[in-house]
Ligand binder design. Structure first.
Ligand code: OMP
Length: 266
């Protein structure tokens, strides 16, 4: 089954479009877990136990796992999320020349979807796009302030670069497996992009810690009810000051966010 069909089912099952970002900054993992063999895995396991009923997906960001212990922690985390029937979207922002990107795309055997970077063009994304079962979220208009440096540049045609990216992504969506990443900090761009590519689901990060617009994230992020609104730090570190019971605050934060976003779902 195609990723977006699976996501549709998952959203219906848990009545949630929340993507729980698993970005376990080692310096913020509670003291009592620091002695664990793999503190990031010990942390994620407790977060997953507390939040899975509210999670449409888990989105681990690869940056938090790029060392030998991190790779082990990530492997355990992915398997555990799958054991709870939650799809995993790896936030890797990959892409490279052909033979290299083919290696990157092998990750899709382990996760359900991935984020990719369009900067190197279609051939750099081809092995991801060719994988009919997996979701491919292409960075379009990112949430960070520096996103404007390149993405807002106006092309000769008069359109901003990020709109060209959206048009290309629509063209590359031959297998109905493409989505866009559009930050919640850019509500006007979200609205414009939704008009431009009505059928592409969006992954919308940037609410919570980055201060983005949750209502716009839902109103424009979903295509036919399918899309994702991510919160990472706002959920996983909600119980940072609560010691050994930290995870129940994360569960409550995920539930609160689900309810808040559901107010805006059609
Ligand atoms: O691709 C992403 O998920 C992403 C794109 C973007 O434009 N902005 C953005 O914040 N993200 C990711 O979404 C997560 C946001 O984390 P919080 O700000 O803690 O909710 C991080 O993993 C970011 O790397």
């Amino acid at each position: 089954m195609n990723f977006f069909d699976r996501l549709h089912d998952r959203i219906r099952t848990v009545d949630s479009v929340v993507s729980v970002g698993l970005d376990p900054d080692p310096s913020r993992i509670p003291d009592h877990l620091q002695e664990h063999d793999l503190p990031r895995w010990a942390f994620n396991r407790r977060i997953i136990d507390a939040t899975h009923e509210h999670a449409a997906v888990y989105k681990p960001n690869a940056a938090f796992y790029e060392d030998p212990d991190g790779w082990r922690a990530l492997e355990e985390t992915i398997a555990y999320a799958h054991g709870k029937d939650v799809p995993v979207l790896l936030d890797a922002k990959r892409a490279d020349i052909g033979n290299t990107t083919r290696q990157y795309a092998q990750m899709l055997e382990t996760v359900d979807a991935i984020t990719v970077n369009p900067y190197m063009g279609r051939d750099s994304l081809q092995p991801f796009l060719a994988d009919e079962e997996s979701g491919v979220f292409i960075l379009c208009r990112t949430s960070n302030p520096g996103g404007a440096d390149l993405q807002d540049l106006t092309l000769e045609s008069g359109e901003p670069l990020y709109e060209r990216v959206a048009a290309l992504a629509d063209l590359w969506n031959e297998n109905d497996n493409v989505g866009l990443v559009v930050g919640a900090t850019k509500p006007d761009e979200l609205a414009e992009l939704r008009k431009q590519v009505p059928d592409l689901p969006f992954l919308v990060p940037g609410i919570g810690a980055q201060g983005g617009d949750a209502e716009a994230a839902v109103e424009y992020g979903l295509a036919d009810g399918v899309g994702l609104v991510n919160s990472s730090r706002g959920i996983i570190f909600a119980g940072e000051d609560e010691g050994e019971d930290f995870a129940s605050a994360s569960g409550q934060a995920a539930k609160r966010l689900k309810k808040r976003l559901n107010q805006y779902r059609a």
